[in-house]
Design a protein around this ligand. Sequence first.
Ligand code: PMP
Length: 331
Amino acid sequence: MLLQQDTLALIGNTPMVRLKGPSEATGCDIFAKCEFANPGASVKDRAALFIVNDAEEKGLLKPGGIIVEGTAGNTGIGLALVANAKGYRTVIVMPETQSREKMDTLRALGAELVTVPAAPYSNPGHFVHTSRRIAEETEGAIWANQFDNIANRKAHIVGTAEEIWAQMDGRIDGFTCSAGTGGTIAGVGMGLKAKDENITIALTDPHGAALYAYYAHGELKSEGESVAEGIGQGRITANLEGAPIDTQFRISDAEGLEWVRRLLSEEGLCLGLSSGINVAGAVALARQVGPGKRIVTILCDTGFRYLSTLYNREWLKSKGLTVFPWLAQNG
Ligand code: PMP
């Protein structure tokens, strides 16, 4: 077993696992990178560490400084942990619509939490703009700016993509995941294409996001809606600029949730909805490239972050989603 000399070294180097159900369903080998195994239990620890290191290297973040960020929650959790390890404070701005567990976690980690009503990006009250204003008005603060700060995707070029290449022994036919900031899909896509340009990079987009239409026919246009947290982008962020996307899939919440259910009840993995949507995308990609191929996707965060939503009977019913059979029976 690996011995690490400091806690920040625990970020990254996550395990890769072959998923039995999705592989059997397609005749491909579908592998998933277990990003829930990071200390903050999500893929965003990587971006948080790279953004903080980059701000230090540029001389923007001084000892005892404050890191401000707008986030669906997971980046805030990563930043709070990294900040604690390095002696900074965090102010985290989140839309009220995100899960209670993520808000409670941020408070528990010592972050100052600011919640704002959900609003379109064009509204000055949007969580991203609110966080930028707070950073500008706070002495000694930096704005992490995960959407347009490409230190985010660099974490995936030099980290996630290199790890995937090594874990797969360089034998990989396709990669797919969804996009929030786009750091993961762009960074892993760029990193893998630099190794082998024949690897197919596919965007998996939830309903309510505009990227599927953009990559399919050049128009940012959304259709439908999704309750998935942390994914669903309406614009080309700086992280997405130049992302080498070869093909794209649009996945419904119902399809994603069905994989969340199966991965839990058949393979013992408790995941969030973006992970289920990614697995549905990997299945779609496997069907497109044909049997016998090796496909990789991302398991973005832990389901324990969504006990009050995805794993709650009343919440599922209120959203018109299928209640897992064991929840329907319990209590
Ligand atoms: N899934 C979840 C649960 C997330 O919080 C995020 C980050 N917003 C993503 C997926 C997408 O990651 P990225 O920002 O790298 O596109």
